[in-house]
Design a protein around this ligand. Structure first.
Ligand code: G4P
Length: 549
């Protein structure tokens, strides 16, 4: 590449990076993720009437229906990235699978995100799935923006909700807007950035942008428009926030130590635009990624990226698999020929696609912060790096803590080969984690999953793709911890009460506990034992049998 072309490309990449914001929503089922996503798309002009994303609710059907649907459609119904333009910025919303399809992919998606939006239901506050996802964000130091939803319904006190985040997640909070009343008496929010009152008008089913009437805090008309007690309360609370609350610190936000908080109601569109505007101002642009060549800045002129998720089609007739790649540096162009770091092979990226809900569109170019879907007939594994120019490899993606365990049994000895191959390939693909008992007599693999659907998917695919029927024998554990320091440390500690010892696919010791309490007890009894719920990175290696393009 000549210096002139290089400078030109760098300028182009810089401009594209500058206008990109990428995020994932972390929430517990029912907090309103689908509704908020839809409203963000509505404000972003990507859809013109709310309702378009409703089809995603299909994900809530019973598992068996879900599989049948996958089969009928021939493509996966889970979308992975939604792109839209807003105020000349390109926003990439990475979808974190939730509900019944909660799996390791939900965690892995966060490896490709630059920011996270933590969505809470005002009545429920922090919920288990949100806490788990938060831990992964914390590990990555992602900036977290909090949207407290359903303010149109009776909820907890706003100050209590902030207190919960501060105490339980150890995050400082800074409310960017402040609610005026809640539930039936939710009348609007005060925008602390611009010092304006936004009055709430309930829109019919929220299918259009909400009417937003904006006033100064001391506008005389406010006395007539707001209930006097709420106005009084607002002034008091604002004073309290000014004196007792933290000061806004964007560096702390970017370091994932302070969360800007927004109150609103996604269903009625209220507060969505205020959120979006502030988010664009405060969110991190696509940043650097650690690699074997050091920290790679997005403006690095050569295209590089890593695979964070693989998605296989459930339909045996269309055995297509898609590898989702986060673009880290440079410019991606269709038909590019890139190097595959792990195998040393050259791969032509001829059918790149982006996904918008159900539709797949072919893409011509992509920049840092974008996600591209590549056809993957067995070439890619989770954590793989693809690159142009100098060889490099990005940090892999760790193993996340599974919570469901079961022996996977093969009832037909004559099918052992198919069973074995299938289990190996599905593990490599990242569909499920596989562990083994340390008791040599127990040879059946242990499936270790984050969500129930992973079990069903594995059994379904083994049957359909490999012709191997299987039986599951559930194990009574729900907490897995890797032992830092490995076998050496574990052997020194000796027997641990109320824990089973198994090994993961890399022969690392894992302790399985029936519950959190037993786990905490073991840590208290053996202070020398350091346990971790997220195992260090080992890239998943595809087997020799993987076909190639
Ligand atoms: P999820 O993807 O996080 O699981 O949540 P989803 O958006 O599907 O929302 C869950 C339920 O909460 C839906 O009700 C939705 O309408 C409702 N909801 C979302 N945001 C708000 C809000 O701001 N205010 C109120 N009052 N409700 C909200 P549903 O009865 O399950 O479905 P639907 O029949 O309303 O579509």
């Amino acid at each position: 590449m000549t210096t002139e072309i290089q400078t030109e490309i760098q300028t182009e990449i810089q401009a594209e990076v500058e206008r990109r914001r990428n995020f994932a929503i972390i929430s517990h089922p029912d907090a309103g993720k689908t509704t908020l996503t839809e409203k963000l798309l509505l404000y972003g002009g990507a859809i013109h009437e709310a309702g378009a994303v409703k089809v995603r609710k299909a994900q809530r059907h019973a598992t068996s229906d879900w599989m049948a649907m996958e089969q009928q459609r021939g493509i996966s119904i889970t979308s992975t990235v939604l792109q839209f333009e807003y105020n000349n910025c390109q926003i990439n919303l990475l979808d974190t699978p939730g509900h019944q399809d909660f799996s390791e992919d939900t965690y892995r998606t966060l490896a490709a995100a630059d920011n996270a939006v933590m969505l809470e239901d005002a009545a429920k506050g922090l919920e288990p799935q949100t806490r788990k996802l938060f831990e992964v964000c914390k590990l990555r130091g992602l900036p977290i923006f909090t949207f407290i939803n359903k303010m149109d319904r009776p909820g907890q006190e706003p100050l209590e909700l902030l207190d919960e985040i501060e105490k339980e997640l150890g995050l400082k909070t800074y409310p960017i807007n402040w609610p005026i009343g809640t539930g039936d008496r939710f009348q609007g929010v005060f925008d602390r950035r611009k010092q304006k009152i936004h009055l709430f008008e309930r829109t019919a089913h929220g299918s259009r942008e909400a009417l937003d009437r904006v006033f100064d805090l001391d506008d005389p008309r406010i006395n007539e428009l707001l209930d006097p007690d709420l106005y009084h309360q607002l002034k008091e609370e604002l004073e309290l926030l000014e004196h007792a609350g933290s000061e806004f610190d964007l560096d702390l936000v970017h370091a994932g130590k302070m969360t800007p908080v927004f109150f609103g109601s996604a269903m009625t569109n209220f507060g969505v635009q205020l959120f979006l505007d502030s988010f664009l101002d405060y969110a991190l642009k696509p940043g650097s990624h650690l690699s074997t060549l050091g920290d790679m800045e997005p403006e690095y002129p050569e295209f590089t990226g890593f695979v964070f998720k693989l998605q296989a089609n459930m339909d045996a007739k269309h055995r297509d698999r898609v590898a989702f790649v986060r673009v880290c540096t440079g410019k991606f162009e269709k038909d590019m020929t890139v190097n595959h770091a792990r195998t040393g092979k050259v791969v032509r990226l001829s059918r790149p696609q982006k996904l918008f809900a159900q539709e797949r569109q072919s893409i011509e170019t992509a920049y840092p912060g974008d996600v591209i879907g590549l056809n993957n007939p067995g070439v890619f594994a989770i954590g793989d790096t693809i690159y142009m120019g100098k060889k490099l490899e990005y940090e892999g993606i760790p193993c996340f803590t599974p919570e469901l365990f079961a022996y996977l049994k093969n009832p037909n000895p004559s099918k052992f080969k198919q069973f074995h191959k299938g289990v190996l390939e599905l593990r490599e693909e990242g569909a499920v984690q596989i562990m083994f008992s340390i008791d040599e007599a127990k040879r059946d693999p242990i499936l270790a999953a984050v969500g129930q659907l992973q079990f069903e998917v594995v059994q379904f695919r083994l049957q359909n793709e490999y012709g191997a029927e299987t039986l599951l024998e559930p194990l009574p554990y729900s907490v897995a911890r890797w032992v830092t320091g490995g076998w050496e440390v574990l052997n020194k500690v000796g027997r641990i009460f109320n824990a089973a010892v198994v090994k993961d696919s890399w022969d690392r010791p894992v302790l399985l506990f029936k519950n959190e309490w037993n786990c905490r007890q073991a840590e208290a009894d053996h202070p020398e034992l350091k346990l971790t719920s997220i195992a260090p990175v080992v890239s998943i290696q595809p087997s020799e049998s993987g076909e190639e393009e």
